[in-house]
Design a protein around this ligand. Sequence first.
Ligand code: BGC
Length: 280
Amino acid sequence: MSDAIDDRLPTQTLPVLLKGQRALVTGANSGIGKAVAIALGQAGADVAVNYVTGDTEAQAVVNTIVAGGSRAIAIKADVSSEAEVQAMFQQMMRAFGTIDILVNNAGLQRDAPFDQMTLAQWNFVLGVNLTGQFLCAREALREFKRRGVVKSVSVAAGKIICISSVHEVIPWSTHANYAASKGGIMMMMKSLAQEVAPLRVRVNSICPGAIRTPINATAWNTPAAYASLLRLIPYQRIGEPEDIGRVAIVLASDLCDYITGASIFVDGGMTLYPEFSTGG
Ligand code: BGC
């Protein structure tokens, strides 16, 4: 590994901004979801760790959160299934009583040139990435409406954070299903934010750029790939899952109470049209 590839974030003690709150993070057994679940736990929240495959990894995330002093449970459910999402929320209600923070993270890629993309690849990506966020947001909203604001916990009645992508605005050749799902998340998030703001429910997106996770390993796991990736990132390092976890803590907290309907890009400048730094 070159120094550039090992450009990791130093460990930090995180502020306890979410004491007494209860969070559900989907797709939390690996990658960004895992880092967000652990960060929210470190910030004092109790965390339901959703996953669909990988019981051992999900249990390891639960163990890490519990070792840090918060409560955590693993819940297996496919977010693209209405019945499984409803059962997951019931399980969370039984364990924690309510929900304050939903992090809609579960997402995947099935890349293909457009003329070779199968309907199954299209539907699978849209089903998990977009329909999954709809189904989870709907259940969370029902509980936020039922319960309302509890000021000792948070000044908002609930917070929904959608994990979108820079590809909600950057078109991506051979990834039309993925980019369409992320563009869809943007308008679902903003429409929902507008609808529920009077209820004091905040809805926002975090839009990660290239983050060091298994989903994009081929973009960073050799020196040549990493050098090529850095041409797209003005800040000249890949993002770490913890970069997203830290933003999620602050965005979920009352420090950000006046932020709703926002897409927050956490991308080292990937959306700054880096090719124009030397051209145009
Ligand atoms: C994708 C990654 C990609 C990144 C930047 C993310 O949404 O999942 O595969 O590296 O966008 O292009």
